[in-house]
Design a protein around this ligand. Sequence first.
Ligand code: MN
Length: 476
Amino acid sequence: MKFWFVTGSQFLYGEETLRQVEEDSKIIVDGLKLPFPVEYKLTIKTAAEVEKVIKEANFDDECAGIITFCHTFSPSKMWINGLAKLQKPWLHFHTQFNESIPNEEIDMDYMNLHQSAHGDREHGFIGARMRTPRRIVAGHWMDAKVQEKIAEWQRAAVGAMFSRNLKIVRFGDNMREVAVTEGDKVETQIVMGWQVNTWPVGDLVEEMNKVTDADIDALVKEYASLYDYDEKDIDVIRYQAREEIAIERILVREGAHAFTNTFEDLHGMRQLPGLATQHLMSKGYGYGGEGDWKTAGMTAIVKAMYPDGATSFMEDYTYDYKHQLILGAHMLEVCPTVAADKPRIEVHHLGIGGKEPPARIVFEGREGDAVAASLVDMGGRLRLIVQELECVKPFQDMPNLPVARVMWKPAPDFITGIECWILAGGAHHTTLSFNATTDVLRDFARIMGIEFVSINKNTDFHSLEKELMMGDIIWR
Ligand code: MN
């Protein structure tokens, strides 16, 4: 994925100024140290050029977004017909070539060349007037904090491109009677681009039967390099390898990057996939338990934004009111990318699903700032709720807990945080990420055109209550 840099100008100031504008633009682009490359495209002088470059951006699968900057004044009526066709994420970079105003050199030529304070206001107006969603970043281009903001938007834009091509395979339906994991798949495809479809568990079992011992040997060797385990559990581990290979073959065949299953539909399978699902998540696949395709999709998207990051499917499980902490886990499926130390494969009885004891990866989660994201269907619209968390080292060993565990304190404080989450309708399933931030996911929601609810260190319960009421009017 790459980004296109388009500079706004016009013919009014003469060829010499246009040459300088182009030269400065290339220097700015070269000076940006970002996670995804930026390519200088052109300096706009006419409406035809705007329309052409935007059409090209729309049809280029590798272009994840456009960055615009008006070095000089660029009359915005000439941008209207092009911007009306824009289908890619847009960042308006309100910068200036020089950081400071010089004393002796400044004259009217200098003023006409370095007038983004003036030209970018014209550019900003047309974005506002056309109600075109865009991220605005102001500041000098050499400033690391400014570049960090562009980097955040790039992550969001890459996530948006990934979302528009995302396919999710569901093995079985939702867990019976559960509401929050349900949703309008047609609406979600229209808004988010996700293709969410179902495959029979019987097809998965057939695929599992095709897996050879040699295939399993190779995957178990990989497990051995990553995780500790007891040799007595090897048969159970090999069965998980068989499940993993079969699931991945179906995902690859379908071009899917996320999947769901449910313990209520494991017909013909001996174990609920635990280790299998966890290892697939560590390779970048999204997952949601109990048929939760919305969390599977969000987890895949955040993993695409941060390919080497620490992101997992998560579930808020148990509270410690005394220590003001949440214990998160799942019956099996937590991604080992969020582990603090080398994880261990263990085999334990699983009380639900009525199957054989499955192998699963057990570990303690890492410490640090994180976010939990939950996409819920409010009826006619999707709401993305993002809460800031402080993950901590679990204060107890919990030696009899047979699953991976993460412990955290939600923002703004434990009680307000959980009250706000409940008020907003946030699910028990989330995407937990140590890399994604509120700003990245807000940018993502803006690009996708969905409601965004942030619960952060400044959140006040009653203000949030009003914001949600306003949202019901705005997003109806
Ligand atoms: Mn669950």
